[in-house]
Design a binder for this molecule. Structure first.
Ligand SMILES: Cc1cc2nc3c(=O)[nH]c(=O)nc-3n(C[C@H](O)[C@H](O)[C@H](O)COP(=O)(O)O)c2cc1C
Length: 133
């Protein structure tokens, strides 16, 4: 059995999160690498904050975390949750562009001041917002 984990983190963007160019280049890179690495997930960006969920093999997630840590496009990476999972939720997406619905906007705005959040609720919201995208 292949081990699977789910990673959920938030970070602060150094560039604009309302720039389609910024998002498009991050998503294109993620698509290419994640297809190669067997990673799936979703990314939401709003008001200078990123929230991302990524699923995959633990050592592959460790590799991604190292690359994320040295990426100048964001800073202050806060790991919210890392847990074993039995199956993927985001198997349809190498990296979904999660829509900023009003509840998603509220969640990302609260994240700046309050990093405490229910990981399962946040992943549910990312999943719903990916469906709608
Ligand atoms: C918010 C954010 C999310 C990212 N998500 C991913 C991702 O899911 N997969 C990935 O490979 N790179 C992702 N990246 C890019 C990595 O930080 C890194 O630049 C990239 O993996 C390096 O790829 P390369 O070795 O092909 O140049 C993300 C970057 C940012 C700023």
């Amino acid at each position: 059995m292949i081990k699977l984990e789910r990673l959920l983190y938030a970070s602060t963007a150094t560039g604009r999160t309302d720039s389609l160019m910024n998002m498009a280049s991050i998503l294109a890179e993620s698509d290419r690498n994640n297809a190669r690495d067997g990673l799936t997930g979703a990314l939401a960006a709003h008001e200078g904050q990123y929230l991302q969920v990524v699923e995959g093999q633990p050592e592959v997630l460790d590799g991604l975390l190292r690359r994320l840590e040295s990426d100048p496009r964001h800073k202050d990476i806060r790991l919210i949750d890392r847990a074993s999972i039995t199956q993927r939720r985001f198997q349809a997406w190498t990296m979904a562009n999660a829509r900023i619905t009003p509840p998603m906007a509220g969640l990302l705005e609260r994240l700046v001041h309050n990093p405490q959040l229910d990981p399962n609720g946040a992943v549910d919201m990312l999943f719903e917002a990916s469906q709608a995208a």
